[in-house]
Design a protein around this ligand. Sequence first.
Ligand SMILES: [Zn+2]
Length: 263
Amino acid sequence: MIAEPTPTPYDLKFRSFGFPVRVHPLFWVISALLGANLLNDPDHGVLFLLMWVGVSFVSILVHELGHGFAYRHYGGDGRLWLYWFGGLAISDTARPNAKQRIVIALAGPGAGFLLAATVLLTNRAAEWATASVLTAELYWQLMWVNLAWGVVNLLPIVPLDGGQVTREVCTLLRLRRPLETALKISIGAAGACVLYSLLTMLTPPRELAQILPWWMPAGSLYTVMMFGFLAYGSWQQLQFLSRYSSYGWNDPDDDTPPWRRRR
Ligand SMILES: [Zn+2]
């Protein structure tokens, strides 16, 4: 559903568990930007930021490996991309059905939650997080990226994993235009996230602490931009679909634009 990024000569290339992995240079830039506020720490800022980039790299790789192993489970190959602050797992040979595609989509966030659980349990057993300022930061970053990234990915927003699941559920429910329904839900969900982010930005922190549960993160300019971008993307795709549906492009299992179809 997302276009594969164009390979660049600056991609980092390696194999992980037999899967070819490519890391787009923008991945490092975006993850450093997202962690830039860590530089506010006068003693460990640079170290915390480097740690953040490393933690993002490992966590998003684990997420994509989750998708990759699910593809392999269904008899396909898989190659993984890390780009922007996210990734992509692609299989050229897998031909999964709708139920299998749901499992493949959920395997990414699932792998991240497993990593978070491992971090939690090893700390319960060995209490490594309290050893130093650095291990405390490492613990917090690993938990935050894996939980938050997993939860955000499960939102019913296209092209996130949750949006993919919505689309497959619509297919299983035999709706006439599963992708269009998923895109409408996606616009609603992403729009709600923009509104939520704006409301939490405008409410004074003290009042916010009384309204929201402690684990519920407040929005920021980043989340406004990210969800706004996602809502706009879904809207654009919906416009495109309704324009081309008159050309017979209604196959629920094929959302490849006509000019890119190989079949
Ligand atoms: Zn994913």
